[in-house]
Each structure stands twice: as C-alpha cells, then as structure tokens.
Ligand binder design. Structure first.
Ligand code: AMP
Length: 492
C-alpha cells in the first residue's frame, strides 16, 4: 500500500513526499479513504501511530474545493491541550505547504485579538481547545453552522480533563449533516456513549495500543518510602548515579507534583524545568524549546502535558510515580530507546504500587528488575523542601529542636546505616555530589503513633484562634451592665 493508492490529491501527495514518508501507517491506510468519502469515522489509536496525518491529509484534499466565509470555519478540530492543538496546526503547515488555506488556532494563554483576525478573514481549518472555542462563541465572534468536518481528537483525554460537557455543547452548535471523525486511545463506556450520540453509522478503524517495549530500553524499578520527599531523594540519587545521562523526562501522575518535583530538583542544583497543564502557553513553549535545544536537561512532565508531543529521543525516562494505566507506562518509556538507540527507564515504586507493576508486567510481558533491595521504608521523616513543615514536625516530635550532640549522633547513625547498605551492594538513597543538606532527620522509630497523635493535637491547639497574639481591644476590662427592671415587675 502506498499513499497514492489512498485517493489523496496531488498537492497532498507532494507534501507527503516532501515530509519523507514512504508508506502510510496502518491507521492512515485504514482511515484516509473513509475520511475522503466523507464518512463518519471512529478511530481507536494512540499518538505515535500517525493518526494526525490520518485526518489532516484527507481534510486538506477535501478543502481544495470551496472557500471559507468570515467567522464561519469550514472544519473544526478539538484538542484537549494547547500543545496538541499547536502540534496539529504545525501538521497543517507541513502537509498543507502546497495549499493556501487559513488555519486558525484558538487556545488559551494567547491573545484574543490575533485569533479574531484570522476568524474574521475566514478560517478553512479551526483548531481549538473546547474552553477557548466556547469563549469565542459566547462573545458572538464565531458561527459553527458552516462546519463540514468535525474532528474530536484524544477523546479519552478530554474525558479525563472534564471536557465532555463542553464537547456536547459544541456538537449541538454544529450542523446535523456534518462529517464527524472521532479519535480516542481507549474506549471507556462514557466515550462509547458519546460516540454513539454524535456519530452516524461510523466506520470503526483501530490499531492495537502499543503493548511491547523496545528491546533497547533497560527497565528498572527502585523501591522508595511512601512520602513525596522519600521519592524525591530516591529520584536525585537515581539521576546522580545514572550512567551517560544526556537528558531525561521525569513523569509524575499529578500536575501538582510536576511543579514540586521540578522546583525541588532546581533547588538541589539540577537543570530542570516543568511541563504541566496549568502553565501559560508562553512558558510551556519556552520550556519545551529549552529542552529540545538542550538548555534544559531534565523535563518534569505529566502525561497530559507530554502526550503526543514531538520530543526527540531522550537517554533516560524516570517515573516519579508509576502510571495507573499500564499503557501509559509503555507510552512514557517509549520516549527513550528510539530508533535502535539505547535507553534507560527507571520507575520509583512504593509498597502500594504492586498492582500497577503487575499490570505493567502483564501487558508488556517483561519482568522488570529491581535496583538494590525492595526496601519501602521511609528514609527521612522531614520534608526537605518545606522548612515550615519540618519545624512543625520537629515541634510535634518533642517540643524542642534537638541539641547539636543529638543531631550529630543522628547524622553518624544515618551515615553508618548508609555505609552498611552500600557495603552489602544495596543501591540506597545516599546522595552523591550534593549541595548542603538540611539537618539529618531523627530515625523514624523514635516516634510512636500515639505520641504523634498527641503532639498533633497539641499543634492543632496552638493554631486555633489567634495563637499568642491577642488584640488589645480584647484585653480591655468588661464593665458589667446594670440589669434592666423587667416590665412585668414594674407593672406589679
Ligand atoms: P502522530 O501519531 O500523528 O502524533 O504521529 C507521530 C509521528 O509520526 C509524527 O512525528 C509524524 O511526523 C510521524 N509520521 C506520521 N505519518 C508517518 C508516516 N506515514 N511515515 C513516517 N512517519 C510518519
């Protein structure tokens, strides 16, 4: 099968040759003829399968006849994130290099004025995130009744991000006779019912999700205590001990942790940046560019932010958290070991992660080896990034901070423990080449559960009300009021 067998226009075929593609990917071979025939298509495929071209190439061919009218886009593509939307726009400029089409991008974090100019001119292709699209619509700047082809990309991500009500609303603003192309990596029942609602007799095209990992990737697990600071310490050790680390992506499950881990790494002298959904567009693009240009060598990211991004191969992938969906593991570690190159993927695992490890090993058929012993105990009681929390926890442990002698004893006993574990060949969380450390924490056993509960209660009492500070007006003596004679008595 070649691209010229699919019925694409000459202009599109020339662009495909210029892009250097030799043959269509399976999803392209299956989807393109149906999109060209203006059929509704339900595509089950992940990023990395070539799915973007499977709708952009036939759309370009179809758009060659007809022209756009002001504020009435001819086609609409919805993407869950700004980066994905920007990437699809990029695909249109690559594949549409022989066309003179207007492509408008409506995403948050970019000025409304520039977006409006393009809409006013008449957009052949409108690529948007659902929220920004509805903003424009509600301001009366946009009419969706001219949309001939509607694409919903990464529908399962839209579901994760809470966009389904927006999509339902958008669908109602579109003409009934439109063509709908719907892509999702997985088909949970909410997505299936959305597809049933908005697609008419769709052709289903599917490519199996990647379930095997490249043989060039060395996969490892490393045990950690359950606290975020335990995991951060393990991560630092793994980065420091990594062989030939050129650059790495560090995946976290929550965007809150993306920011914390990135800040923590920078504080510890690493060259790290963050990529998560709450950042404005300019800083997200700047971070990504710095990583691509090797100005940054550690990129901390969430799945949503990193999904589908065209990031060149990296030498290492770290999973700060194990992903809850096994497919995400395959996707994450596939960022390394590309095109036959060697890659390393290290996942930090806590005791509670057993079920995720089992699911990953079942999906990939690989058994992942552990670095060192499976020691899930906490290595530190204190949050190295949060001195206020440390102060509280120290107060809770024994009222006063430890004496210098006690601190030094703790340090000695900690370093002894580390030496012992190193001698036994265990890779522990000992940190190499580190910057000055906060005081060594007391061993965990010191604190019994009941004493910690008691001291937490004591702490709670300290913060109730205004603490030690009592405003002056509250200290003024209260003059007792004279009791008023009651009416009934006076009547007597
Ligand atoms: P996607 O799944 O759309 O995100 O595409 C993943 C990557 O595959 C992109 O970098 C595309 O440039 C590339 N690609 C798409 N189609 C082909 C093809 N037929 N041959 C080679 N590479 C392709």
């Amino acid at each position: 099968m070649t691209f010229s067998d699919l019925g694409l226009s000459e202009k599109v075929l020339a662009a495909v040759v210029a892009a250097g593609y030799e043959k269509p990917t399976p999803i392209q071979a299956q989807a393109i003829p149906h999109v060209l025939a203006r059929k509704d298509v339900l595509g089950v495929a992940q990023t990395g399968t070539g799915k973007t071209a499977s709708f952009t190439l036939p759309m370009l061919s179809l758009l060659e006849s007809g022209r756009a009218r002001a504020r009435m886009p001819r086609t609409l593509i919805l993407e869950p994130t700004r980066e994905l939307a920007a990437q699809v726009e990029q695909s249109f400029s690559v594949y549409g290099q022989n066309h003179r089409l207007t492509v408008a991008l409506l995403i948050g974090g970019v000025s409304f004025a520039d977006q409006l100019k393009k809409l006013d001119r008449g957009a052949d292709v409108l690529i948007a995130t659902p929220g920004r699209l509805l903003d424009h619509f509600d301001r009366g700047k946009l009419l969706l009744t001219g949309v001939e082809t509607f694409v919903v990309d990464e529908a399962d991500r839209m579901l994760d991000m809470g966009f389904i009500p927006d999509i339902e609303r958008i669908c109602k603003l579109l003409p009934f006779t439109r063509q709908t192309v719907f892509f999702s990596a997985t088909m949970p029942k909410e997505i299936q019912s959305l597809a049933d609602q908005f697609l008419h007799n769709p052709v289903k095209v599917e490519v199996a999700p990647p379930s095997s990992t490249a043989k060039t990737i060395t996969q490892k697990l490393v045990a950690s205590g359950p606290k975020p600071w335990d995991k951060r310490a393990v991560l630092r050790t793994m980065i420091e001990q990594a062989q030939e680390l050129k650059n790495a992506i560090i995946f976290c499950n929550r965007k809150r942790d993306v920011a914390t881990v990135s800040r923590s790494l920078s504080k510890h002298g690493f060259n790290a940046g963050a990529l998560h959904g709450d950042m404005d567009q300019t800083s997200r693009m700047a971070t990504l560019d710095s990583f691509k240009n090797s100005k940054l060598n550690l990129l901390v990211a969430s799945d949503v932010a990193a999904r589908g991004l065209d990031i060149p191969s990296v030498s290492h992938v770290f999973n700060f958290d194990l992903p809850t969906h096994a497919e995400d593991y395959v996707h994450r570690i596939g960022r390394t070991g590309r095109a036959g190159r060697e890659g390393v993927a290290i996942s930090i695992a806590t005791k509670a992660d057993r079920k995720y490890i089992d699911a990953i090993e079942k999906l990939t058929g690989d058994t992942i080896a552990w670095i060192g012993e499976m020691d899930f105990s906490s290595t530190s009681q204190e949050d190295d990034e949060n001195p206020a929390a440390n102060k509280r926890s120290r107060r809770a442990r024994g009222g006063r901070a430890k004496t210098d002698t006690a601190k030094s004893e703790d340090r000695q006993s900690n370093s002894k423990k580390k030496n012992e574990s190193s001698a036994s060949g265990q890779t522990d969380t000992q940190e190499v080449n580190r910057k000055p450390e906060p005081p060594a924490p007391a061993p965990r056993q010191e604190r019994s559960k009941s004493s910690s509960r008691r001291s937490r209660q004591r702490d709670d009492r300290q913060v109730i009300g205004m603490g030690d500070h009592v405003p002056a007006f509250l200290l003024q003596p209260i003059r007792p009021q004279k009791p008023k004679p009651s009416k009934s008595k006076s009547a007597d």
